[in-house]
Design a protein around this ligand. Structure first.
Ligand code: UD1
Length: 334
């Protein structure tokens, strides 16, 4: 396996994965329509990897353009990142999510079938579990109705992949990816006001936002704030390379889901306190009401990833929050 089509390859997780692919001898062919990233990322990736990269500005729903890519390149496998991911926006604009995340996947799979490409790594999310009955949550947990259209697109996406028996799929259920590449050349680029915790923390620390609100401190957790399993984006990127090896070594596999998390849960207050400590600064935060739709606590049972993919997280919360802050400092100079 050599040529890997990376949809959404200039996005947050996609770009970090491109770096890991090159490191491991693969040739990524990137497609991205820049709907949630910038073209500068391409140059930055070329500088990190010291490679000229193959890139096409292309919408995942454009079947004809996609066909051309498959005809031009001898694609061995696809890593499919290209999707929208803002939970709140998906409630406001569900059709935008069904169009991009579901029609996009369907268009991609049709092109794969036509071109006899069967290997795919899919970006799924722990959001498919909704509020799990217990944590750590494993892959056999009952899948409940998702609490947003975004979450539903991930559930439906997994169902579609499972129905397509011609595929060899690994669906990675990411927990909460944060952090940035050690070079500080790539990281998360939130458009407008961030929804996610860590970009909001770093933007507050640097003075773009005045204050961060902790969404609720009356949950049934040790300090009353929600618990998540934060995972370094560089570890997460490495999991995709391991998933490709798994697919290569198991040609008879049809569909496998794997949690990608550290197995450790941290509360919102623990994240804030760790951020302050490791970066030696004070954060202006206040406690506010709960955010609707939030899950109280969820963290991964990551043992399947270790067993099947031979992957486990290496970086800890300190590494994540130091690299997030360094990336924010770099963004200031951009
Ligand atoms: C959710 C999904 C995740 C999805 C992601 C995409 C779950 C469990 N997770 O992440 O699968 O990929 O959206 O965006 O459904 N918080 C604050 N103040 C803030 C921002 C966040 O207190 O200003 C808190 C939240 O209440 C939450 C935690 O920080 O407890 C993490 O929030 P966030 O970063 O938005 O991620 P999730 O909602 O967990």
């Amino acid at each position: 396996m050599r040529n890997i089509l990376v949809t959404g390859g200039l996005g947050y997780i996609g770009s970090h994965t491109v770096v890991e692919l090159i490191k491991n001898g693969y040739t990524p062919i990137i497609i991205d329509n820049l709907s949630n990233t910038e073209i500068d990322v391409l140059e930055r990736l070329e500088s990190i990897t010291n490679h000229k990269l193959e890139y096409y500005n292309l919408n995942i729903c454009d079947g004809l353009a996609l066909e051309e890519i498959f005809t031009k390149h001898n694609i061995d496998a696809v890593i499919h990142f290209a999707a929208f991911k803002a939970v709140g926006e998906s409630v406001e604009k569900p059709l935008k999510y069904y169009l991009n995340n579901i029609n996009g996947l369907n268009t991609l799979l049709n092109a794969m079938e036509k071109n006899k490409v069967k290997n795919i790594v899919f970006s799924s999310s722990c959001t498919v579990y909704g509020e799990p009955d217990f944590s750590p949550v494993n892959e056999n947990a009952v899948i409940k109705r998702a609490n947003s259209p975004y979450g539903r697109t991930k559930q439906i996406g997994e169902d579609i992949l499972q129905d397509c028996k011609f595929l060899n799929t690994v669906s990675l259920r990411y927990f909460n990816p944060i952090g940035a590449h050690a070079s500080s050349k790539i990281g998360e680029l939130p458009l407008g006001v961030p929804n996610n915790l860590v970009p909001f923390i770093t933007q507050t620390a640097i003075g773009i936002r005045e204050q961060i609100t902790v969404f609720g401190n009356d949950y049934s957790t040790k300090d009353g704030t929600c618990i998540r399993d934060y995972i370094h984006v560089v570890d997460l990127a490495a999991a995709h390379v391991k998933a490709l090896s798994y697919i290569n070594d198991n040609p008879e596999n049809q569909f496998e889901v794997v949690n990608i998390g550290t197995g450790n849960g941290f509360t919102v207050l623990e994240v804030i306190q760790t951020f302050e400590k490791v970066n030696n600064l004070k954060l202006n935060y206040t406690i506010g009401p709960r955010r609707s739709g939030d899950v109280e606590k969820v963290w991964a049972d990551a043992s399947k990833a270790k067993e099947k993919l031979r992957w486990e997280a290496k970086l800890n919360l300190n590494d994540m929050l130091i690299s997030s802050w360094n990336w924010q400092l770099e963004l200031k100079n951009k």
